[in-house]
Design a binder for this molecule. Sequence first.
Ligand code: ZN
Length: 419
Amino acid sequence: MVLLLLMLLVPCKISFAVTDLTVETTKQPKDRVEVAWNVVDGATQYQVLMSEGNKDNYKVKATLSSENVGANAYAEEIAMERLSATIGSISKKKQYYFLVQALSADGAVIAQDTTDLYNGDIVSTTKQKYSYADMKKDIKQLEKKYADYIEVNIIGTTVDKRNIYDVILGNPNAEKCVVFQASIHAREYMTSQLVMEQMEYYLDNYNKKYDGKTYKKIFDEVCVHVVAMSNPDGVTISQQGFGGIRSTVLRKKLKKMRGANNTTVWKANARGVDLNRQFNYRFKYVKKWKKGSYAMYGGRNPVSENESKSLVKLVNDVNPKAVVNYHAMGNVIYCNYGASKKMQKKVYQLSGEIRSLTGYSYMGLDQTPGFANWLVCKKGIPSCTVEIGMHTTPVPISQFKTVWKQNKNVMVAVAKMYD
Ligand SMILES: [Zn+2]
């Protein structure tokens, strides 16, 4: 029996072959696109085809023969080696489709794959209710346009089955990283739009410089984990009411909660837990609101919710140099957590950089069971809470231009602080 198993296993290993082809695109400066794919066993030639507007008009844009590829590429250890071709010329605001085919010596297609790229503005900064669905679509589009520069991970799923995304901007294997987190409070969803727009802006200008260094170089050394929507169920409630929640069980419970008559200003998640009151620092169970509420109820136990668990796990996994939390509103920064002098100094370095860029002012002592409080006081990781916008939440989209001017450089500046 053992012998038989060995016989089955050994030939498998020897005949290890790459038969699938996966293609990715990364937009380059001006009107060029880098198309990249893996080497396929038995292929002697590769064809890169492109079609504009639809998938019906493919034209060959590049051909790579085995001489270009090199005989070494067929060795098992580098079988996953990537090949690429830089092609032009693509126009702005147009949709492009790409097809790469691996051909055998007799010209037969032995493997192929397609991808597409929209060469226009992806993230909307004019839409008032930037939704979970918008963000999800935009992340996918950015991934297709800039495959080399971002990596997308799902770090959790909510009770109403929405994903919590972690988009890594820059080199995912960089030794250092920072974390940006937005929309932990539901009604503060303009913060999601802001971090998405920051990413798109840097990607669009990847070879340009910030403070003497290209974005590319900065994010190669310090990557940014961007959790653009930490509380997607809550955002959905604030934007669509309880009708946006898929689970009838959750909807039924939500309707009985404090604040159920005005869902627009909802802050909590779909279980009525205020996620920024439920970290393991000075946590206290508030019995008065045990049924859950639109805000302020921290839950029965710290880190009981999927969303807070995802954030804690991310921090423990990537050990960031700093964490920036985007909230709304007030044009202020919370950064005094009553931590040790040494720790507070690190926090003030971070918040000072953000204050100098945004012009926001500092708030007084904050000792709630918030994410930043836990990061600073329990984990020793510099963190601060930045409140964008004025007068009211949800922040009216008419304020986005001002918010953008204040915050455009915050993400890149924070990454650069730790290079
Ligand atoms: Zn908030």
